[in-house]
Structure formats: C-alpha cells, structure tokens
Design a protein around this ligand. Structure first.
Ligand SMILES: Nc1ncnc2c1ncn2[C@@H]1O[C@H](COP(=O)(O)OP(=O)(O)OP(=O)(O)O)[C@@H](O)[C@H]1O
Length: 247
C-alpha cells in the first residue's frame, strides 16, 4: 500500500489552504506531518480521507485516485482517527469499535474476537461495555484507535493521535502504531516524539510542504526557527530504561 499525493491543493470556503502538496507514504512506513497551528495539516489529511475534495492534484492509493473509489472500497483501504471526538454517543465502547467493521461482511464470532483484541491493544480491555460518552478524553481517543484497528486497512491516518493522552499512553500508542507496520501518516505536534518514532517527516508551513525526509535531516535548528520562530538546540540525550530482572 502506497499513498502518493501529487500537487494537492485544498481550499475551504473559497480560501486556498493547502498549496501543491507532494507527499508519499510507502508500505509499512510511519510518516509524521508536523508544522505550526493553522498551517493546513488537518486540511491536507482530511482531503486524503475524503472529508474534503482537493481543488487540484491527485491523491492516489496504490496508484488509484482515492476520490474515485466507491465508499466501501475506500473504507477497506483507509482508516482514520480524526481530531474531532464524537460527542454524547449513547453507544458502548464495543459498539463504537464495531463500526470499524462496517465495510466488511459480518462474522459474529471472528468480529467479537477482533473487538476484544483491539481493545486489549489500546489498553481498554476493561472498558468494553462502558458507554463511550462516559470515557475520559484519552480513553475515547484510544477507543477510536481500536475502531480504526478493526478496520484492518493497510493505510492509517492519525490526526494528533496523542493529544489527549498522558505521557505513558502517548508512548504506548506511538509504539503500537510503529509495531503495526502499516503505512501510517500522522499529524504530530511533539517534535521529539515525531523524530523518535517516525521513519520520515514532512514539515508544513503556511499551507506548503517545506521539507521532507528522515527526522535528523529535516529537524534542523535552522528549519525550526524558520517555521516555528523558536530557537532549537539539539542535545544528545542518555535515555535510561529499567533493566529486566534476571531469573
Ligand atoms: N471554513 C474555513 N474557511 C476558511 N478558513 C478555514 C476554514 N476552516 C479552517 N480554516 C483555516 O484553515 C487553516 C488550516 O487549518 P488546519 O486545521 O488544516 O490547520 P492545522 O495545521 O491542522 O492546525 P492545528 O495544528 O492548529 O490543528 C487555518 O488557518 C484555519 O483557520
């Protein structure tokens, strides 16, 4: 599965928001999209999951125009965890997760297994029968990731997937996404996390992709000062993890 954006422009209410974006996510790659507030990251992502139609350019998945796919086929190829969390839903967590299977023929036993496994993976096994609306923001975000996981697509789009999560859950979710090994495009704000987890990054500024490549090449102090207007100092860090006890 390869996602390929060529010269994609997106407008909102007559305003040009994204200008001629070129972006590629190869099979199995975890790609981060970073940039200041309001630069157009969500707008670009929304054009990929078909909430918005580009005014120019092509968005292709495995060579085919995403905007020409029938809805069911698109849902079998692309899963998304969007920024907006649905409000006051009277569904249980499992019911929310089950919506990820909409594009497929039901198979009760296998599906129950899928829901349980996905909830386990996002650390919500104990919340399966809770009413979604009563979950915390971070729990909702993880339930929505579980819904995306049961969709079993080979492309995953994430818009700030860790924005409601505490540091432990942020790291767990980023590890989980990495381990999935499916093509992933994620809007991220934490540059250190983006650098640590992503294979490649694209940087957006004022509606344009201004840099792309491996994190070390892209996140230079010059680029960060130019794009974010802050001074960045690169420090090598020692990271300590508790050793596993022997025996
Ligand atoms: N309906 C609209 N009409 C005009 N401009 C809009 C409309 N909706 C959003 N915008 C503007 O489009 C720009 C891009 O918004 P977008 O949500 O894509 O940015 P973003 O990079 O995801 O930001 P953030 O990091 O804050 O989530 C913003 O300046 C926003 O104010």
């Amino acid at each position: 599965m390869k996602l390929d954006l060529r010269g994609v422009s997106v407008g909102l209410d007559g305003h040009a928001i994204v200008h001629e974006a070129d972006l590629v996510v190869d099979d199995g790659e975890f790609v981060g999209l970073v940039g200041p507030n309001g630069c157009g990251k969500s707008t670009l992502l929304r054009s990929v999951y078909r909430a918005l139609r580009p005014s120019a350019g092509l968005i292709a998945v495995d060579g085919g125009d995403v905007h020409r796919l029938p809805a069911r086929q698109a849902a079998q190829r692309i899963a998304v965890v969007a920024q907006e969390i649905p409000a006051d839903l009277d569904f249980t967590v499992t019911e929310i997760v089950s919506m990820g299977r909409t594009p497929y023929r039901p198979d009760a036993a296998a599906d129950e297994e899928r829901y349980a496994r996905a909830l386990e993976r996002v650390g919500l096994a104990g919340a399966a029968e809770r009413v979604f609306a009563t979950l915390s923001g971070g729990e909702k975000q993880r339930a929505l990731l579980a819904r995306a996981l049961v969709q079993e697509t080979r492309l995953l789009l994430l818009d700030e997937p860790t924005s409601h999560l505490d540091i432990r859950h942020q790291l767990e979710i980023l590890h989980l996404v990495r381990e999935l090994g499916i093509a992933t495009l994620a809007v991220l704000h934490d540059l250190n996390q983006a650098a640590a987890f992503c294979d490649r990054l694209y940087v957006m500024n004022a509606g344009r992709i201004v840099a792309g490549g491996p994190p070390d090449h892209v996140l230079t102090p010059e680029l960060i000062s130019q794009v974010y207007g802050v001074r960045a100092v690169r420090r090598t860090q020692l990271v300590f993890e508790r050793l596993k006890e022997e025996g």
